[in-house]
Design a protein around this ligand. Structure first.
Ligand code: IFM
Length: 427
């Protein structure tokens, strides 16, 4: 057995839009994802996993798994449906938090997991600087409602996706193209304005890319676009020097105002890290719309076995990432806030067990190399609405039957429970 450090936090993660359903209840307003199409299979998240009505059962599953923490997100359009600072649907989260605490599970609350109120998108969304200030108001409302019981906060989930897929390639809602850097900047500003308002431990969750390739310049540029744009201001208070010249053909960065990067660089208690796979880059391609400033590069997957998402299984990338982040940010605890794999098997999911085993081993390798990794949240507690893939990709350790919404434990749930109980990984 390989033991995890004393006090290591074991968790499971979800996000509001992917599991809640109840999109028209308690006055919830539309989000940018409602009606965003084309979603594979014509699926919608109108009911999703019906977690809004089944949260008691789901907290029971968390308790049975034995996890010490549950990472979920609050739906902004449920809490502030008309943008006025008079919260409505926050009671749902209050009941959820109470139940978690009753069962001895620490709530870890994400404030933005991609479900922007549509009304704000109509005013420019993340291209509009004002959205950052609206986010801070929303953060204050949630902090006022839950801050007496919640002491672990994550401001944003994967701003790379929200900015570059939502406003760069347009693959994600709201489906706009060409504004990825402005969106990234305003998301960072939103984080920086909100972070000081949250009581307790505050982090932000990134999906830093592990970029592999033989050409040093290509790797360095892709790393700057995927990681430097976010980690620079958030962790070091400045954008990378080379960024402005490398992207001058796309933007003049005039949306960055004096003092912004200082705000974005608000003190952090931990950095959330989501990891699934690695990216391979080489010179001589046609770029990818979600990689602005990398138009002359070719992106591919690393060779090897892949999950149902087509993502190569590369646990060594997680070790590399955690060790890099630890080296570059001494004193900043790291938490793996998402890791997992999509596979279709309804119950006997040996491939997911192997994936999780490999990646937990990779976390231990990073710890042994000196990285201060404080916890791990499996993605995901439940099969759920996988954005543009609809219900077609299943990440849960618990199976959801979308006809009945019945939950059934997969082998990976039983396996994870045994690892959590032992606090150690079988070798
Ligand atoms: O389902 C998503 C989640 O919402 C954000 N991180 C990646 C997961 C798998 O694609």
């Amino acid at each position: 057995m390989r033991r995890f450090p004393e006090g290591f936090v074991w968790g499971a993660a979800t996000a509001a839009y992917q599991i809640e359903g109840a999109v028209a209840e308690d006055g919830r307003a539309p989000s940018i994802w409602d009606g965003f199409g084309p979603i594979q299979g014509g699926d919608t998240a109108d009911v999703a996993c019906d977690h809004y009505h089944r949260y008691t059962e789901d907290v029971g599953h968390l308790a049975d798994l034995g996890v010490g923490a549950y990472r979920f997100s609050v739906s902004w359009p449920r809490v502030l449906p008309d943008g006025k600072p008079e919260p409505r649907g926050v009671d749902f989260y209050s009941r959820l938090v109470d139940l978690l605490l009753e069962r001895g599970i620490t709530p870890a609350v994400t404030l933005y997991h991609w479900d922007l109120p549509r009304a704000l998108e109509e005013q420019g969304g993340w291209l509009n600087r004002d959205t950052a200030y609206r986010f801070a108001e929303y953060a204050r409302v949630v902090a006022d409602a839950l801050g007496d019981r919640v002491s672990t906060w994550i401001t944003l989930n994967e701003p790379w996706c929200a900015a570059y897929l939502g406003y760069g390639s347009g693959e994600h809602a709201p489906g706009r193209t060409g504004g990825g850097f402005a969106a990234a900047h305003h998301l960072g500003l939103a984080h920086g304005l909100a972070a000081p308002l949250l009581p307790g431990d505050v982090g932000v969750t990134l999906n830093p890319h592990v970029v592999w390739g033989g050409d040093e310049a290509a790797v360095r540029r892709a790393d700057m676009i995927a990681n430097g744009v976010f980690e620079g201001p958030l962790l070091r208070g400045a954008y990378p020097e080379e960024l402005f010249a490398a992207t001058a053909h796309l933007t003049d960065w005039s949306f960055v105002r004096d003092g912004d990067t200082k705000v974005i660089n608000a003190p952090l208690d931990f950095l959330g890290v989501n990891y699934y796979s690695v990216t391979v880059v080489e010179p001589g391609g046609k770029g990818k719309p979600s990689w602005p400033g990398c138009e002359d590069l070719r992106f591919s997957s690393a060779p090897g076995e892949r999950t149902d998402m087509g993502w190569t299984i590369a646990p060594e990338g997680l070790t590399e990432l955690l060790v890099r982040l630890a080296r570059e940010n001494p004193g900043l605890p790291l938490v793996v806030t998402e890791n997992g794999a999509a596979y279709p098997e309804p119950v006997h999911d040996a491939r997911r067990v192997a994936y999780l085993h490999g990646h937990l081993g990779a976390v231990l390798d990073a710890v042994e190399a000196g990285a201060d990794v404080r916890g791990y949240y499996v993605w995901s507690l439940l099969d759920n609405f996988e954005w543009t893939f609809g219900f077609g990709k299943r990440f849960g350790v618990i199976h959801v039957d979308y006809a009945t919404r019945e939950r059934t434990w997969k082998d990976s749930a039983r396996w994870y429970r045994s690892v959590v109980a032992a606090g150690a990984l079988p070798s």
